[in-house]
Design a protein around this ligand. Structure first.
Ligand code: FA5
Length: 329
C-alpha cells in the first residue's frame, strides 16, 4: 500500500461521509472503514507487520492519522445530521401557540332525558327501586296479567303494534307488574320508566311512541291516602310546591278503585295518567294473598312533563331531534 493509495482512501471516505444522509448510512461507513474485522483502515493496520521494518513507523503514523481523521469526520457528520433532523422537526412540527383554541362542542341531555333523571331522583328518594322492562312485551303481561278480560274495550283503546299473536310493543309500562311481581316477596316498592307504543293517530299531544313511568307498592296496610300522599309529594317535587293534584274516578281493569290524575300550577289542568289501588285479581294471579296484602299503582305519561315545563306545544318536537329546538334547553 503506497502513500498515494492512502490519500485516495482518505478522499473516498471523506466524500462518502459527507454524502451520508442518515445515521444508518454513517454506521455502515464506520463499519466499512473502521470495523474491527474487514474494515479497510483496520486491514491496513494489520498489514503494517508485513512491511519492511524501516517503512513501518512512517506508514503506521499515516494510517493512525487517517483513522483519527475518519473518527472525527464521522462524529462531525453525525452531529450535523442530528442538527438537520432537529431543524427539520422544528419546521414540520411547528405549533403556533397564538392560534385561537378549538372549543369542544359541549352537549346537554335531551329535555326528556332530563325529565327521566328528575323522576328517578324523586322516586328513589321516596324509597322506590327502579326495575327495567322490555319494550317488546308478551300479551300475557301487557294485558292478561293486568286483569283485562279478552273482549275488554280497553284493548281497542290501547291499539297495539303486534309482532306475533302473543308479542307486541308494550302499550304501558304497567306491564312490568305481572313480569316482576311473581319473583318478589312483599313488601316492595318498584318503579319503571321507558318507551311505550300505541297505534294512536299522531297529533300535537299523541305519538305512536311515547314514555311512561309506572310506580307500584305492595305492603300490609296500604290505603288510598298513601296513594294520594305519594302522588302529591311526587308532583310537588316535580312541578313545584304549589302544584295541585286532581283525582277523578276512572276505570282501569288492574285497579279498584281507579282514578285519572291531572295536575295544575296556575295554568289549566294537565292530564298525566292513571292511578288506583291494585286490583285483588292482579295480586292473586301472582300468588300474593289479597286478604293479607294491598297495594297502589300509578302510571304517568312523561312526554307532557317537559312540554308543560318548557312550553313545548307539539309532542313531535321531542322526537324530531331538531337542534334548533333542542339547543334551547
Ligand atoms: C295507562 O297507560 C295506565 N297504565 C296508567 C295506570 C297505571 C293506571 C297504574 C292505573 C294504575 P293511559 O292509557 O291513560 O293509562 O295512559 C297514561 C298516560 O300516558 C296518558 O295520560 C298520557 O299522558 C300518556 N299517553 C298515553 N297514550 C299516549 C300517546 N299516544 N302519546 C303520548 N302520551 C300518551
Amino acid at each position: 500500500m503506497t502513500m498515494t493509495n492512502l490519500d485516495d482512501l482518505r478522499a473516498a471516505a471523506r466524500a462518502s461521509i459527507a454524502q451520508a444522509r442518515t445515521l444508518a448510512e454513517l454506521e455502515a461507513l464506520e463499519t466499512e472503514y473502521l470495523g474491527r474485522r474487514g474494515g479497510k483502515v483496520s486491514e491496513l493496520m494489520r498489514a503494517i507487520g508485513t512491511l519492511p521494518p524501516e517503512e513501518r513507523p512512517a506508514f503506521g503514523q499515516r494510517v493512525n492519522a487517517l483513522r483519527d481523521d475518519l473518527v472525527v469526520l464521522l462524529r462531525q457528520r453525525r452531529e450535523e445530521l442530528a442538527r438537520l433532523e432537529t431543524t427539520r422537526r422544528l419546521q414540520t412540527e411547528q405549533i403556533d401557540v397564538t392560534l385561537p383554541g378549538r372549543v369542544p362542542a359541549r352537549g346537554h341531555p335531551h329535555p326528556l332525558v332530563q325529565t327521566f333523571q328528575r323522576v328517578r331522583e324523586i322516586l328513589t328518594g321516596l324509597g322506590f327501586q327502579e326495575v327495567d322492562g322490555p319494550e317488546v312485551e308478551e300479551y300475557q303481561f301487557n294485558f292478561a296479567a293486568l286483569n283485562y278480560p279478552e273482549e275488554h274495550p280497553a284493548l281497542d283503546e290501547q291499539m297495539s303494534f303486534y309482532l306475533t299473536d302473543t308479542l307486541l310493543m308494550r302499550t304501558q309500562t304497567t306491564a312490568l307488574q305481572g313480569r316482576v311481581m311473581p319473583a318478589l316477596t312483599p313488601p316492595f316498592r318498584i318503579f319503571t320508566l321507558g318507551r311505550c307504543f300505541r297505534y294512536d293517530p299522531v297529533d300535537a299531544t299523541h305519538s305512536h311512541t311515547f314514555h311512561q313511568v309506572d310506580v307500584f307498592i305492595v305492603d300490609r296496610v296500604v290505603s288510598l291516602a298513601d296513594l294520594k300522599g305519594t302522588l302529591v309529594t311526587f308532583a310537588r317535587e316535580m312541578f313545584g310546591p304549589e302544584t295541585e293534584v286532581r283525582f277523578r274516578p276512572d276505570f282501569f281493569p288492574f285497579v279498584e278503585p281507579g282514578a285519572e290524575i291531572a295536575i295544575r300550577r296556575g295554568e289549566g289542568w294537565l292530564e298525566l295518567g292513571g292511578a288506583g289501588m291494585i286490583h285483588p285479581n292482579v295480586l292473586a294471579r301472582v300468588g300474593i294473598d289479597p286478604e293479607e296484602w294491598t297495594g297502589f299503582a300509578f302510571g304517568l305519561g312523561m312526554d307532557r312533563m317537559p312540554m308543560r315545563r318548557y312550553g313545548i306545544e307539539d309532542i313531535r318536537l321531542l322526537f324530531e331531534n331538531d337542534l334548533r329546538m333542542l339547543r334551547q334547553f
